[in-house]
Design a protein around this ligand. Sequence first.
Ligand code: MG
Length: 160
Amino acid sequence: MSTLCGIGYDSHRLVAGRPLLLGGVQIPHERGASGHSDADVLAHAVIDALLGAAGLGDIGEHFPDTDERFSGADSMGLLGEVVAMLEARGLALVNVDCTVLLEQPKLGANRSAIRSSLAEALGLEPQRVNVKASTGEGIGFVGRGEGVAALAIASVQPAG
Ligand code: MG
């Protein structure tokens, strides 16, 4: 049985007065990600990984940030829509692995909550959803605390 893989990447600027959402979990921090939707950078990277595995383009095609319908959109809800799109095409998720690139705060205390939240949205056991965190070591936009980024990879198989 063939396995299909997709990658995803996203980044958002960190600004005051916004919540910092990662995989549907609000992280206590004095700044959050700016964006048209709720700016959940991890959900966006996972969405692109799923769309990539299914050969369905990217998040901007399905949920354009020029569309008022997606202003303040719940990104985990959008992720649920993408999971349903894959199911409708006869594709079953195998696993998702991801890395959050964030200088502050450290995510250790939140990682299992993020993993559970993503696993629930994806319909996978938490063991099939891995969440890693890395900093920018003081360099680049992540290291300077200007933004947050996320990488994701997903694999899917024909259901059955
Ligand atoms: Mg985004």
